[in-house]
Design a protein around this ligand. Structure first.
Ligand code: MN
Length: 491
């Protein structure tokens, strides 16, 4: 994560003389170094100087736009920084922006005089800075508070992660093996809009070519991969041939993704021409390594999965492709059982997954090997991305994952049981009202604020379902959102 840079740009002006500017520069460097060294701040936080003129503001923004390493810009106005000098710079800025409203000192000293006031007037400067960003309708994150406070540094860290996810999308390629599942609506979408807004490049590759690549994987490579499976997982099957075939699938899909510089892929059980099994264990192993995956041709969720995995890199909770399967409607115990036919990521497992082989029931192919496990308990988000026609809508729901109330020994897939907030009935009603898909990305690491930050950077609609949600407000919000976003879409 440290390879991603965030540029700390501090605003001031010449009004109070060179001595004040020297102090501002020294403090900016001290603050950047302390924030950069904080373990809650995953990326590099670098002081990029003091801006005193429009030319300086434009120059640093042009550098930020050009820089491959720069994933975002953080501005702060130490003294009063007149904001007409920021207009051209903000107009040019193409990287995510955070207005860090802070100040150097914590307490107002008893000895305060006018020199102190002139030097330390961030409260004044923040308002001028805020006005110009509001006037320009520039999407921004505002973080307000003491730069020494752990919770403020953690907030910077979470925003950085959203920006890293956004940066990952700007260069994201998605390989589709086959089209969307026939007749399914919600997995469709406008790939041109997605590439324009998010940078996601989604293109198709022949399943027949993949089948030839699968057949060509050397036996020795398959054997080596199966040995690694045995070290990572519990082998709970005698069907060695099925496990070996999944190893072939994994190696062939991985080679295709590497060749195409792709970080996400889809397939569909309706188009497995030349393949003997639907990829199961194979896909789960690729998910574990950070690849995004969408079943039934769901390319939006494949890309979103990779983006969320990238923004949460190094975090402990895990992130997976997921699907709402079936409800538990017993009063007082209401919950959703999430799973998929095969492709749940082992990063969310509560214990070491078992490799099992079972028939699939659909698709007409051989029984695929897959990892079977329970997801661990904990707070999580379930998020989807839908195409409303003319715009994308992200829907994020907060859930509490709990230990399943029974072992469900006949269920041959990985599973997670969760209780949506505020309660199952309300949450499911709002999810359905907003058009949310059955596929989601379940993440124990990306919280709703991080995902909202990402949506703001992408310039797409964001809808949140959480403990505070109620149907009346929600319906009204969707109605107004729809009008606003259709007006914004006229370009
Ligand atoms: Mn599905």
């Amino acid at each position: 994560m440290k390879k991603h840079e965030f540029w700390f740009v501090v605003g001031s002006q010449f009004l109070y003389g060179p001595d004040v500017l020297d102090i501002v520069a020294a403090r900016a460097a001290e603050m950047a170094a302390a924030i950069n060294a904080d373990p809650a701040v995953p990326c590099s936080f670098l002081c990029k100087g003091i801006v005193k003129t429009p030319e300086e503001a434009v120059a640093v923004v042009k550098d930020a736009n050009r820089s491959e390493a720069c994933a975002g810009v953080v501005t702060w106005t130490h003294t009063f920084s007149p904001s007409k000098m920021w207009i051209q710079a903000f107009d040019l800025l193409q990287k995510p922006l955070c207005h860090f409203a802070t100040q150097y000192h914590e307490a107002i000293p008893e000895s305060i005089d006018m020199d102190f006031m002139n030097l330390n007037q961030a409260a004044h400067g923040d308002r001028e800075h805020g006005f110009i960003l509001a006037r320009l309708r520039k999407p921004q994150k505002i973080i307000m508070g003491n730069w020494r406070a752990p919770e403020i540094r953690a907030e910077i860290g979470r925003w950085m992660r959203a920006a890293v996810g956004f940066a990952a999308g700007r260069d994201l390629r998605i390989v589709r093996f086959g089209d969307n599942m026939r007749n399914v609506a919600v997995t469709e979408g406008d790939k041109i809009e997605a590439q324009l807004r998010l940078g996601w490049q989604c293109n198709t590759w022949p399943v027949g070519e993949l089948a030839a690549a699968v057949a060509a994987v050397p036996e020795a490579d398959v054997t080596r991969r199966c040995r690694e499976y045995a070290q990572q997982y519990e082998i709970a099957t005698d069907d060695e041939a099925s496990v070996r075939y999944q190893a072939r699938l994994e190696l062939a899909i991985r080679a295709t993704l590497e060749r195409e510089r792709a970080a996400a892929f889809t397939n569909t059980f309706e188009d497995l021409c030349g393949l003997e099994q639907l990829p199961g264990l194979a896909t789960q192993c690729l998910l574990r390594d950070g690849y995004g995956f969408g079943a039934e041709g769901d390319w939006k969720l494949a890309a979103l999965g990779h983006v969320i995995k990238t923004m949460t890199a190094g975090m402990p909770g895990g992130t997976s492709f997921m699907e709402d399967y079936t409800y538990h409607l017993v009063p007082g115990e209401e919950a959703v059982l999430g799973a998929h036919m095969l492709e749940v990521c082992p990063t969310i497992a509560a214990a070491i997954p078992r490799i099992e082989v079972h028939p699939l029931g659909i698709g007409g192919k051989n029984p695929p090997a897959r990892l079977v496990f329970e997801g661990h308990p904990g707070h999580a988000t379930a998020t989807c991305l839908i195409d409303m026609g003319g715009r994308l809508r992200m829907i994020c729901q907060e859930v509490e994952c709990v230990k399943p109330f029974s072992a469900m020994p006949q269920l041959p897939v990985a599973r997670v049981l969760w209780k949506p907030l505020p309660d199952l009935q309300t949450a499911a009603k709002l999810w359905i009202m907003s058009g949310g898909s059955h596929h989601t990305i379940l993440s124990y690491d990306a919280d709703a604020a991080m995902l909202a930050d990402w949506a703001r950077m992408a310039g797409i609609e964001f809808v949140r379902i959480d403990a505070r949600s109620n149907p009346e407000d929600f319906e009204q919000k969707l109605f107004l959102n729809d009008i606003c976003w259709q007006l914004r879409g006229l370009r």
